[in-house]
Write a protein that binds this ligand. Structure first.
Ligand code: NDP
Length: 253
């Protein structure tokens, strides 16, 4: 039986990497809904992976009007929202993560806006449309637990996202809405191409693999499976917690 039959989901950043993997996994389990991203050209849902199940809605998650528009359009099309995956985030275009001496105030604010503030307001703007029994999944990061050079701001923002999920869980229990976090480890997505020059890509990925006890990078589908569990009624008693999906990197390496 399909675990997400009749459920409507919104997945921010569902046009790429982890978000797309989650959308594919949701479709396989019978969900419909919307994926979002800033670039309309990347929101084509007519491909086999998402066709007839998902629509693409353009929007910048750091823009409050765009967030309102995303949820209004989804509700207009599907009537209600059962699952929200707050996934958009990661690297800010044109602003590399860096060591403390290189980071400007603008860079700091842009990383916090994209990875923390947008998560808070994505949840807030979804509230008028979330169904009784809805599941909200925030995408954190193993970086919240395991330091890496030059990633202090990103790590701090993602640690705050995990805290946010706990706090919002309590606030939203009265509406019968569950909030949890999935924290991915190193997952093979286009983000590496944004961080590392092409000629060093394989070497950098191998460095990550060497730190992962299971001996491979994660795949977007690994995170998709965890998200199906948190979105489904199988996890009805799981509230305000974090699933660390990192191949053992944080706790075993
Ligand atoms: P990708 O770069 O493949 O995807 C990032 C997504 O976020 C894209 O869909 C992008 O869409 C969207 N996005 C970025 N900025 C904005 C914005 N301002 N408004 C709307 N959408 C935006 O990266 P991943 O799939 O790897 O990352 C997805 C999430 O997983 C992020 O939150 C990241 O921090 C987290 N993560 C990733 C890990 C990894 O190893 N890959 C590890 C741990 C956490 P577009 O550019 O079209 O707007």
């Amino acid at each position: 039986m399909e675990k997400l039959k009749n459920k409507v989901a919104v997945i921010t950043g569902g046009n790429s990497g982890i978000g797309f993997g989650i959308a594919e996994a949701f479709k396989k389990e019978g969900a419909t809904g919307a994926i979002t991203g800033r670039n309309q050209a990347t929101l084509d849902c007519s491909t086999e992976a998402l066709s007839e199940a998902f629509i693409g809605i353009q929007g910048d998650v750091t823009n409050q009007h765009d967030l309102e528009n995303i949820f209004r359009k989804t509700a207009d099309k599907f009537g209600k929202i059962d699952v929200l995956v707050v996934n958009a985030g990661g690297v800010v275009d044109g602003i590399p993560m860096g060591s403390i001496s290189d980071v400007t105030e603008e860079g700091y604010d842009r990383y916090m806006d994209l990875n923390l503030k947008s998560a808070y307001f994505t949840v807030q703007k979804s509230l008028p449309y979330l169904n009784d029994g809805a599941s909200v999944i925030l995408i954190g990061s193993s970086a919240a637990h395991r330091a890496a050079p030059g990633m202090a701001i990103y790590s701090a923002a993602k640690a705050a996202v995990i805290s946010l999920a706990k706090g919002l869980s309590l606030d939203l229990l009265s509406r019968n809405i569950r909030v949890n976090t999935i924290s991915p480890g190193s997952i093979d997505t286009p983000v590496f191409g944004k961080l590392v020059p092409e000629e060093h890509l394989e070497q950098v990925k191998q460095t990550w693999i060497d730190m992962i006890p299971v001996g491979r990078q994660g795949l977007p589908s690994d995170i998709g499976k965890a998200a199906v569990f948190l979105a489904s009624d199988d996890s009805a008693f799981i509230v305000g917690t974090e699933i660390l999906s990192d191949g053992g990197m944080t706790n075993l390496s």
